[in-house]
Design a protein around this ligand. Structure first.
Ligand SMILES: [Zn+2]
Length: 154
């Protein structure tokens, strides 16, 4: 998917649940110094969605992830997650950063997060073994949606 389509899709799916939060997995491919986002999951009816929380509970997030993994010859995988802040800015809460931190520790890889705010979208890179996320952006490269590893301060 191209970045505009990914962001449009996240906006459409967020609007559908407004004023409740929406969310799901980001699926794609790990590159040398970048992550390609190719699919997103959710939200599904079995998730827990309120105005201030979104918890993936529906088994379909995992089913879609496994199905894409198999379809791609076992390379398309979990690269992060997305959710909306229907009533606020796209800045990660401490819970969000904590969730990405746990996710990247579990996968032993850097992960990415996308937050759809009321008016704009935030894209974050969460380095492996880090407690902090770095704000970045999506780029279009070779027909794909790429999030490049940001240059981190020493
Ligand atoms: Zn959040």
């Amino acid at each position: 998917m191209i970045p505009k389509l990914i962001l449009n899709e996240i906006k459409i799916r967020s609007d559908r649940l407004h004023p409740k939060e929406a969310g799901g997995f980001l699926l794609g491919f790990f590159k040398d110094d970048a992550i390609e986002v190719s699919h997103l999951t959710g939200p599904f009816t079995g998730d827990l969605a309120t105005r201030t929380r979104f918890i993936r509970k529906d088994p379909r997030h995992k089913l879609v992830a496994v199905s894409e993994w198999l379809k791609s010859g076992r390379i398309c995988t979990l690269v992060g997650d997305w959710h909306s802040h229907p009533n606020g800015t796209p800045v990660p809460s401490s819970i969000d950063t904590n969730t990405w931190s746990k996710m990247s520790k579990k996968q032993n890889r850097s992960m990415v997060g996308i937050i759809q705010g009321q008016d704009d979208t935030g894209v974050y890179w969460h380095p492996v073994n880090s407690e902090q996320s770095v704000s970045t952006n999506l780029v279009y490269e070779d027909g794909t949606c790429i999030i490049r590893e940001p240059t981190l301060p020493p």
